[in-house]
Design a protein around this ligand. Structure first.
Ligand SMILES: [Zn+2]
Length: 398
């Protein structure tokens, strides 16, 4: 391993956000300025980087020389813009330089990908699991991670883990994983004992949002993503920063209370959004109305609705009222410019859209023509977002 690669790997493991004792000095900040300048603009020359970053041309040349030696940047023979004289070389990021392992720990499976720095998936690996304690969980996580690390033909720059439930990103611990009924799982320290690379752990829905912003290049800075799945999770980006909150709860929109005398939620309160619109809620409603039994799922209700079953359609339409209420509440607190709905239940958007919009249209402050609402369903969204956790450390000054 060259000096330059080593200098990259060590800060990820010991420095910046992973360990608050580390810091990036001016040299590192300038290096990141140059990297971002190349990343954000095509057909870039050393001269235009110097102009854009306000660094001196010799400083830019030294940094670019190091980045080329490191393999992170390459020079093309194609000629860029020139006003005569010697033609400048074009610089680009080498997105193939490193691979990243991204793991999505979801309800019933641990799904991992190996990707390049551009989020292109090179390899998938998934195991279904049931575990009873932290040790069994960590062994399963190790198995998936090891498999993906071994598949890599290039240096793996780091490992990202998208974990459901409450995550302490600073420590890299899963504080509470409700679907596994486990607490205080030391994911980061465990994986770092086994692999010589840095590990970053964050909540899975925050990873889904990061995937939209980082790889899908969504330019909005104020976004709320709501994951409508087995449960209901959320993530908030405000002024370009994805919020964590003091305990890692920020964005848990599924536990806003909409029916105070409603059904008991797993969080201890009653009538949370999750009890009204989640896959589990749709399943219960389907059973209560006698159109499915306990062996079925929300997907069966959806399929019945597609086959024009009026009860199933009414159940899916009804959740639109609650999703609309939730969006109105969120809007008044953080005023996002975009709401992204994802997860299995978002596939029923065409059934609940009208009711959702009817509720939203009643709000005087919520200007519906300005609030963008999207649905997206990327099965690798959380795992790609986990890769982005790692890649953004290369481009970010903490
Ligand atoms: Zn709740």
């Amino acid at each position: 391993m060259s000096h330059f690669i080593a200098s990259l790997v060590i800060p990820l493991k010991g420095g910046n956000e992973l360990d608050k004792t580390g810091f990036k000095n001016m040299k590192e900040k300038n290096r990141i300025l140059v990297l971002n300048s190349i990343r954000n603009k095509n057909n870039h020359s050393r001269a235009s980087i110097a102009k854009q970053t306000k660094l001196t041309p010799p400083t830019v040349s030294t940094i670019v020389k190091n980045l080329i030696e490191e393999g992170l940047v390459y020079e093309e023979d194609e000629l860029g813009d020139s006003s005569g004289g010697r033609k400048p070389k074009i610089l680009s990021i080498n997105w193939e330089r490193y691979n990243i392992v991204g793991i999505d720990v979801s309800f019933k499976a641990i799904k991992g990908i190996l990707s390049n720095m551009n989020g292109d998936v090179l390899h998938h690996y998934e195991v279904k699991y049931t575990v009873e304690n932290n040790d069994q969980f960590l062994e399963m996580l190790l198995h998936v991670t090891k498999h993906l690390m071994q598949k890599s033909e290039k240096t793996v720059y780091g490992i990202g883990v998208a974990m459901h439930g409450v995550v302490d990103r600073t420590k890299g611990n899963a504080v509470y994983a409700p679907n596994l009924k486990l607490t205080d799982i030391p994911i980061k320290s465990f994986l770092e004992q086994h692999f010589d690379v840095g590990v970053i752990v964050d909540n899975d829905v925050r990873c889904m949002l990061l995937n939209e912003v980082w790889f899908n290049k969504m330019e909005d800075k104020n976004i709320v993503l709501i994951n409508l799945g087995h449960g209901v999770g959320g993530a908030i980006m405000l002024d370009g920063k994805i919020l964590q909150g003091i305990n890692g709860f920020a964005g848990e929109v599924g536990h806003m209370i909409l029916e105070p005398h409603g059904q008991l939620c797993r969080c201890g309160n009653s009538g949370c959004l999750e009890t009204l619109i989640s896959g589990e809620a749709i399943k219960s409603s389907g059973i209560n109305h006698g159109i499915i039994n306990n062996e079925h799922t929300a997907l069966d209700v959806y399929n019945l609705a597609l086959g024009d079953n009026e009860t199933a359609i009414a159940i899916l339409q009804q959740i639109g009222f609650y999703i609309g209420q939730a969006i109105v509440n969120i809007f008044h607190i953080i005023n996002p410019e975009r709401v992204i709905l994802t997860g299995g239940v978002s596939n029923a958007y065409h059934f609940f859209e009208n009711n959702m919009k009817e509720v939203m249209s009643k709000s005087i402050m919520l200007n519906m023509s300005q609030l963008k609402i999207d649905t997206t369903n990327n099965k690798d969204g959380a795992a790609r977002g986990a890769c982005a956790l790692v890649i953004e450390t290369l481009f970010k000054v903490e």
